[in-house]
Design a protein around this ligand. Structure first.
Ligand SMILES: NC(=O)c1ccc[n+]([C@@H]2O[C@H](COP(=O)([O-])OP(=O)(O)OC[C@H]3O[C@@H](n4cnc5c(N)ncnc54)[C@H](O)[C@@H]3O)[C@@H](O)[C@H]2O)c1
Ligand SMILES: [Zn+2]
Ligand SMILES: [Zn+2]
Length: 361
């Protein structure tokens, strides 16, 4: 029997989000219904609401979530009813050309549920990143459920489902940060601070946090930043060069999605260094760089989809590090809110007051 539950939707560009009744079908073959326990508010949810991702309104927002599997459809063997899971938005297919080349983290054909969740009048919803977890329950592909240690706090664990994984992975997987490296992270929101935490875990010796907000810079120190630069007050590139004997950093991570900041990351990088773009640009943006510098500086310019993570490999491992006290996921949880508070949480995010507001159910 389809069930009606509460969920947070965005009906049109820029309109405040709305808590309303949504209809969840029973899981079909390969699908699972998950009872959501917690879901973080990510900047990408706001990008959806602003029409910055696509125009397939109405969206069912929310995608950084943990919960318990309530029911599974035919043929599901990877997870079972009662499992505590983190939802992922890149369930690898195992058979596309990237998976077959041994690069499943870049899978070109990731899975989502095939059935649609709807409004009560039958209008089909587009779940954010194929998840839609600002809701009491959601329908996903079973491959989007990654089982982890059930003693973890859902509010902290769920953050690995998007921003925190993207940031940690941008440093550890995409940027290949290793011990002794110098790293600069531009934008110290949830994603940027996670990149700082990832660089710290990987053994970077110098971690420079760059933001325009002093409070964010202060928080960044708690995740392992060794130096901070307020780029609204000083030239970020010069400041980073000064902190690195005039050379620039080995790895420069852009965690905002702005061409002018990407340019700073490009210029603040040492010869043969790596630039990682984990911030998401909007479709109207374009980037101009001196072409001779792209060649002359060598190294690599990389994008980081979801921190190049493999959920099945990385989520349980990072939850173990969290349980051992080596990764402070709790520090990303700025506040716990209800389903009705998402619009407020967007404004707090815009005002820079939080790293993550987390809806708990
Ligand atoms: N690649 C991925 O898979 C992935 C996953 C999740 C989120 N994201 C993206 O990562 C980005 C960051 O997300 P978030 O949730 O951390 O956002 P956020 O809004 O919490 O953080 C952004 C930070 O950037 C700072 N900032 C803004 N303009 C700046 C500037 N000109 N110079 C320096 N700092 C500036 C802000 O003060 C803030 O601290 C977003 O674009 C989001 O969509 C990407
Ligand atoms: Zn694939
Ligand atoms: Zn996200």
């Amino acid at each position: 029997m389809p069930q009606t539950v509460k969920g947070v939707i965005a009906r049109s560009v820029g309109e405040p989000v709305e808590l309303t009744d949504i209809v969840i079908p029973d899981p079909g073959p390969g699908e699972a219904v998950v009872a959501i326990q917690a879901c973080g508010v990510c900047h990408t949810d706001l990008h959806y609401r602003e029409g910055g991702i696509n125009d397939e309104f109405p969206f069912l927002l929310g995608h950084e979530a943990a919960g318990v599997v309530e029911s599974v459809g035919h043929g599901v063997t990877g997870v079972a009813v009662g499992d505590f899971v983190i939802l992922n938005w890149r369930a690898v297919c195992g058979s596309c050309r990237s998976c077959l080349k041994g690069k499943p983290h870049l899978c070109f054909s990731t899975f989502n549920a095939s059935q649609k969740m709807t409004l009560e009048d039958g209008t089909e919803l587009s779940p954010a990143l194929g998840i839609g977890a600002f809701a009491e329950k959601t329908l996903v592909h079973a491959g989007q459920c990654t089982k982890v240690d059930s003693s973890a706090d859902p509010a902290a664990a769920g953050l690995l489902g998007c921003g925190v994984m993207a940031g940690i992975g941008a440093a550890m997987n995409t940027g290949n940060v290793t011990r002794g490296d110098s790293v600069a992270v531009f934008g110290c929101g949830g994603v940027g601070d996670a990149a700082i935490a990832g660089a710290h875990l990987a053994g970077a010796s110098k971690i420079i946090a760059v933001d325009i907000d002093d409070t964010k810079l202060e928080w960044a120190k708690g995740f392992g930043a060794t130096h901070t630069v307020n780029s609204s007050q000083v030239d970020a590139v010069e400041a980073i060069q000064e902190l690195t004997d005039g050379n620039g950093v080995d790895v420069a991570i852009e965690a905002i999605g702005l061409p002018e900041v990407y340019k700073q990351a490009f210029e603040a990088r040492d010869l043969a260094g790596t630039v990682v773009l984990v911030g998401v640009p909007n479709p109207t943006m374009s980037l101009e760089l001196p072409f001779i510098e792209v060649f002359g500086r060598g190294g690599s310019l990389k994008s980081s989809w979801y921190g190049d993570c493999l959920p099945s490999r990385d989520f349980p491992m990072l939850i173990d590090l969290y349980k051992q006290g080596r990764l402070d996921l709790d520090a990303f949880v700025s506040e716990r809110i209800g389903l009705g508070d998402v619009e407020d949480a967007f404004h707090k995010m815009e005002r820079g007051e939080v790293l993550r507001s987390v809806v708990v159910l």
